[in-house]
Design a protein. Structure first.
Length: 479
């Protein structure tokens, strides 16, 4: 993957169209805040993966309504033009032929052709920050990275073997009691029909039971209302009987008034006596109906539970024909999984032994070497040798960490037949000019295309194409 041309239009602080033709080694210089990252790393990640660390709207130049980035690339003996813009639009041409489909379909095409964002950051970005520098993670993360190109095949094989193990464990003849009587498919069908019939009988009973329970609640509500009304009248009569004078106006309470209140209570009781008797009779009938329905429902439910237990047992018996694996079959699969795990450790060792000389070939140019450590338990680590002094990675300077990280990434790419674009955003600014010269010469000798950002670089080599970025402008100083 080589980037031949980058064009931005109203991108961040770069107003209008800015087209940059790129060569093998490209160096972008400028003061802090000049826009070096905004011109190199940010538009590439946006165009390829629709990625931005900030708000998408902030990518548009102030005062403008839209922005776009176009990349011209070469990969796999084909040419590609990718244009992504805001408002959302993505156009891809492969050898001049447009790729059709939604933005999601086109993004999947980009990921398949150039790898996804995570892969791009892990292998094509050179920096010491976590997530980009593969050496900053745990030893397990580094182990996975070293195996990343072939780990998927091993994991797929192991997953398939585990699935076979589960099947042979579940359907193992050692797990069942073989009955001398053969189960019947006809009996299974009869039971299923019987269960359906019982359920059909239960549902109407439940509906009737619910209706009777509603009636009981309504009758009780009416009875309660009448009884409360009568009780209130009786309390009033009892109160009036004991009064000599009115507690409010202090007038004498005549017996005539007391007799009227007593008659009112008696009339109320007489008037509602028949209604209460009728309601109580209805309540008794409803309660008897509920008892009968409950008894019928329990009978049906008992029959249903019995039939379902029989169905479950019969179904399990019928499935005995699936129990075709023996304990020996299970042990064979377990042994296969064990062999795959052993091969995984062997493959890791082989991967280390093959990649370590490539890394050290790259590091030897700057008088460094690296040695991976793998103990019998698979614990994984590495040490760096600088001028015959062994150091842990944590003991290295920021610049030394970057150099080691670059060497490891370049070695991994070379081993896997990947080449082309690599980007160093600010990371190389931590290197001295001497080490910069060494790194640039090293990269020039291999099939990579470098886009690097530095603040200052006094005497660039002739093979470097140097750009100066300053306040929304970019100028080629040296080819």
């Amino acid at each position: 993957m080589r980037l031949r041309e980058l064009t931005v239009n109203n991108w961040k602080n770069f107003k209008g169209e800015h087209k940059i033709t790129l060569f093998n080694l490209n160096l972008f210089t400028g003061e802090n805040g000049a826009g070096k990252s905004a011109l190199i790393l940010d538009p590439i990640l946006f165009c390829l993966h629709g990625y931005s660390e900030g708000v998408m709207a902030d990518l548009i130049t102030i005062g403008e309504k839209k922005t776009s980035v176009r990349l011209f690339l070469e990969a796999n003996n084909k040419s590609y033009s990718i244009t992504r813009g805001i408002p959302s639009k993505l156009t891809i041409l492969e050898d001049g032929v447009e790729i059709k489909g939604s933005i999601k379909v086109k993004q999947e095409y980009i990921n398949k052709t150039f790898h996804d964002l995570n892969w791009f950051q892990k292998f094509r970005l050179f920096d010491v920050s976590a997530g980009i520098n593969i050496l900053e993670g745990s030893s397990l993360d580094l182990k996975k990275t070293l195996l990343s190109f072939n780990e998927e095949k091993l994991n797929s094989l192991r997953t398939k073997l585990l699935a076979l193990k589960r099947e042979r464990d579940i359907y193992n003849i050692a797990n069942v009691d073989i009955s001398p009587h053969a189960p019947s498919e006809v009996r299974l069908t009869v039971l299923q029909k019987g269960i359906a019939m019982i359920k059909g009988l239960i549902d109407p009973v439940r509906i009737k039971l619910n209706n009777h329970q509603i009636n009981i609640r309504q009758i009780n509500y009416k009875l309660g209302g009448l009884n409360q009304k009568i009780d209130a009248s009786v309390r009033k009569n009892n109160t009036v009987k004991g009064l000599i004078e009115c507690p409010t106006c202090h007038q004498t309470v005549e017996n005539k008034y007391k007799d009227e209140v007593a008659k009112e209570v008696q009339d109320l009781v007489t008037q509602n006596k028949d209604v209460i008797t009728q309601l109580k009779s209805e309540l008794t009938l409803e309660q008897e109906a509920v008892m009968d329905l409950n008894e019928k429902q329990e009978k049906f439910q008992s029959s249903l539970s019995t039939a379902e237990r029989m169905l479950h047992k019969l179904d399990a018996r019928l499935k005995q024909k699936d129990y075709i694996w023996s304990p020996k079959d299970l042990e064979i699969i377990k042994q296969c999984i064990k062999e795959v795990d052993n091969f995984y450790s062997f493959y890791l060792l082989e991967a280390i032994q093959s990649i370590e000389p490539v890394i050290n070939h790259l590091l030897s140019r700057i008088h460094m070497s690296l040695k991976f450590l793998l103990n019998a338990k698979g614990k994984f680590d590495f040490i760096v040798n600088i001028d015959k002094k062994e150091l842990k990675y944590s003991q290295l300077s920021k610049g030394q960490k970057l150099v080691v990280s670059m060497a490891v990434k370049m070695a991994l790419l070379l081993e896997r037949g990947e080449s082309g674009l690599i980007i160093s955003d600010e990371g190389m600014s931590s290197l001295s000019e001497k080490n910069l010269d060494l790194m640039f010469n090293l990269i020039q000798e291999h099939p990579f295309q470098l886009l690097a950002v530095v603040h200052r670089y006094e005497n660039p080599a002739n093979f470097l194409k140097v750009f100066e970025v300053d306040k929304g402008t970019v100028q080629c100083l040296k080819v």
